[in-house]
Design a protein around this ligand. Structure first.
Ligand code: TUI
Length: 312
């Protein structure tokens, strides 16, 4: 499946693994890159030295292209941005903010830069600033989200920019890949399905909650704080939404959510942890290797798109 995205990144399949906080570490990312997709390390709120160590371990396990996702609300974002240059990271994606201040430095270092955006305005701004592509992430996605669905966001961003658009949010099988290609995307980014792959190191309890989730099992907390986050419903989201409904302060809400991802990923605390996942969790039913998942997605999408001329 050759598209502008596979050519830009030097990968085999136009499939990017989301740079999920606490989840996307080098075991998962190297398996994705070795299978022909683009594996990402999620820098999340981690200090620069953790990210540097992950990048070095990644290079030991793959000689294929890979990337790092920088979460721009992180207190370490400036230091992590420098690590990208120092360690010759081939691709950087960014989330939860505007990466403009780093773009010149990254482009001069020859890094491919792909901001995740949730609006047309931000996509146009990123193109003007010199981004190589954008990920258009709809609010079906897990984690920190915008307001607009993938179905509505992707074609509007495709019409607004010349650079390639990678679609994210609500994609977990070949039908989803084919659908967003019809909307003009040249690649996909997926998170939730990669959480349940064999190579993903998260606690089995977290994987089991995704594998047994129903269509209506996610909740969005934090709309009142300006940082909406989608996760599987549990004791934590129930309490959070109850307190939010009663007008709790940002401090009280943060106390409830703080460390939630670590609790879910490391301890397998499916009651009090933050089980970030997209709405598509209801369709993720099977655990497999990253290679099996990527090859399945490509075969399913190919069967649907054959003869359309959408890719070579
Ligand atoms: O970043 C994500 N998803 C994430 S980050 C994350 S870590 C976290 N944990 C707890 C609370 C908050 C974050 C978990 N999931 N996706 C990419 C994404 N970026 N979605 C939406 C945006 C976005 C939003 C606003 C991008 C740009 C933007 O611009 C605002 C501005 O004008 O600066």
């Amino acid at each position: 499946m050759k598209t502008e995205v596979t050519k830009l990144l030097g990968i085999e399949y136009p499939i990017v693994q989301g740079g999920m906080a606490w989840v996307a570490e080098y075991h998962l990312a190297s398996a994705v890159s070795n299978a022909g997709g683009l594996g990402l390390i999620g820098a999340a709120n981690a200090p620069a030295d953790w990210v540097r160590d992950q990048v070095r371990k990644m290079k030991e396990l793959t000689d294929r292209p890979f990337g790092v996702n920088i979460m721009l609300m992180s207190p370490y974002a400036d230091e992590v941005a420098n690590v990208m240059v120092e360690e010759n990271v081939p691709v950087v994606t960014t989330g939860a903010g505007n990466p403009e201040k780093y773009l010149k430095m990254w482009k001069e270092a020859g890094i491919k830069v792909i901001p995740v955006v949730a609006s047309v305005a931000m996509a146009k701004r990123m193109e003007r600033a010199g981004a190589d592509a954008v990920v258009a992430e709809g609010c079906e996605a897990g984690g920190h989200i915008g307001e607009t669905t993938t179905m509505v966001l992707v074609p509007q961003i495709v019409d607004a920019v010349q650079i390639p658009v990678i679609a994210a949010g609500g994609i977990a099988d070949g039908r989803g890949v084919a659908a967003v290609f019809m909307l003009g995307a040249k690649g996909v980014q997926m998170g939730t399905h990669f959480v349940v792959t064999h190579e993903c190191q998260v606690h089995q309890n977290y994987k089991d909650r995704i594998l047994s989730a129903k269509d209506i099992d996610t909740r969005v907390t934090g709309r009142s704080t300006g940082h909406p986050v989608r996760a599987l419903r549990n004791e934590m989201t129930r309490k959070y939404l109850e307190m939010e409904g009663k007008g709790a302060s940002l401090e009280e809400l943060e106390l409830l959510a703080v460390g939630g991802l670590r609790k879910a990923v490391v301890e397998g605390d499916v009651k009090g942890g933050s089980l970030m996942a997209g709405q598509i969790a209801g369709m993720v039913r099977e655990s497999m290797s990253c290679r099996e998942l990527i090859e399945k997605l490509a075969a399913e999408a190919d069967a649907l798109l054959k003869g359309t001329g959408i890719y070579e």
